[in-house]
Design a protein around this ligand. Structure first.
Ligand SMILES: NC(=O)c1ccc[n+]([C@@H]2O[C@H](COP(=O)([O-])OP(=O)(O)OC[C@H]3O[C@@H](n4cnc5c(N)ncnc54)[C@H](OP(=O)(O)O)[C@@H]3O)[C@@H](O)[C@H]2O)c1
Length: 285
């Protein structure tokens, strides 16, 4: 099989070219995204295979594991050869909580940790994982802007932000990407996607295949049958079709699912199929 990533390219900040279909490395960790996976070698093989198939954009975070996902990425691939997007701004604990923590001192500490763990001089894309209610948003953003000025990071991204927050951040630093929840079934972040299109910013939909829980939707089933594809492949193909700034990062710990997800980039939806999928009622949360 001559499978390759055919998602086309996007230029982050107009200068860092990536293939639009990336890989989400959160699922490389153990259960609950805490600790290592059962078999680290298998996890590393999934990432290596992704890169072999033409995936050159990998999303991770310091809080995945915590630390485990970044460590496995460095072990698995040449982190200087692919574009790694990591994040800071959330803490974990053994109860599995995700705790906001985006004060500037912490961000400045974490960039050093992630840089070392990834084995890079500067981080390609450094994302604020989530605004912190206990830290003024501008303070977090200013820390990212300073890290960029000081050469610790090349590009700045945001995650879990509103249009207002995106616009406020743009007052301080050029924003290369926004990562919010979005998939064919959950489209309540359409306004943020629209703003990204207007500003030429990459939009990274997390849960691009609804965290592996798409079932019982007749329209998706019908389109999938017509393409001899899975519903997850159709969800990815629809995202890629929906916007030129869309950068899906499906996550998997399975070689078989990885190949399916990359193969989704070769599916061409008809206008009619695209529209029928767009008309599925969004399950807003
Ligand atoms: N910024 C944020 O706040 C935030 C939040 C969540 C996630 N993220 C990022 O977004 C990435 C993607 O999100 P996600 O991994 O949570 O959700 P997702 O990509 O929508 O779904 C991943 C789930 O679907 C399964 N799956 C993957 N490919 C499949 C296929 N072809 N057929 C059937 N099942 C499949 C996976 O299980 P298997 O391992 O069995 O394939 C996994 O359980 C993460 O890796 C992370 O980098 C960011």
């Amino acid at each position: 099989m001559n499978l390759t990533n055919e998602s086309g390219t996007f230029d982050l900040d107009g200068e860092l070219t990536i293939n639009r279909l990336g890989f989400g490395a959160m699922r490389l960790c153990g259960e609950g995204i805490i600790g290592p996976p059962e078999n680290e070698q298998d996890a590393k093989e999934v990432v290596q295979h992704a890169v072999d198939l033409g995936v050159d954009f990998i999303d991770t975070a310091d809080s995945y594991g915590p630390g485990v996902s970044e460590r496995l990425l460095r072990d698995a691939v040449d982190t200087g050869e692919v574009t790694i997007a990591t994040k800071a701004g959330l803490l974990r604990n053994s109860e599995g909580q995700w705790l906001n923590h985006a004060d500037p001192d912490y961000i400045r500490n974490q960039v050093l940790v992630s840089r070392d763990r990834l084995g890079v001089d500067s981080i390609d894309l450094y994302q604020l994982h989530s605004p912190d209610p206990d830290t003024p948003f501008e303070s977090s953003i200013t820390a990212f802007a300073e890290l960029k000025d000081d050469g610790f990071i090349d590009h700045v991204g945001l995650s879990n932000v509103s249009v207002d927050q995106l616009e406020a951040a743009r007052e301080h630093v050029e924003i290369a990407s926004v990562q919010n929840q979005y998939n064919v079934l959950h489209r309540d972040q359409e306004d943020v996607l629209q703003a990204c299109e207007d500003y030429g910013i990459g939009f990274i939909p997390y849960f691009p295949i609804a965290a592996g829980s798409i079932s019982g939707i007749d329209t998706i089933n019908t389109v999938a049958d017509a393409h001899d594809a899975t519903v997850y492949q159709i969800a990815i193909a629809w995202l890629l079709e929906h916007s030129d700034v869309m950068l899906p990062i499906p996550g998997t710990g399975s070689l078989e699912h990885l190949e399916e997800n990359v193969a989704a980039s070769t599916i061409s939806l008809s206008d009619e199929e695209y529209t029928r999928l767009a008309e599925i009622e969004s399950i807003n949360r």
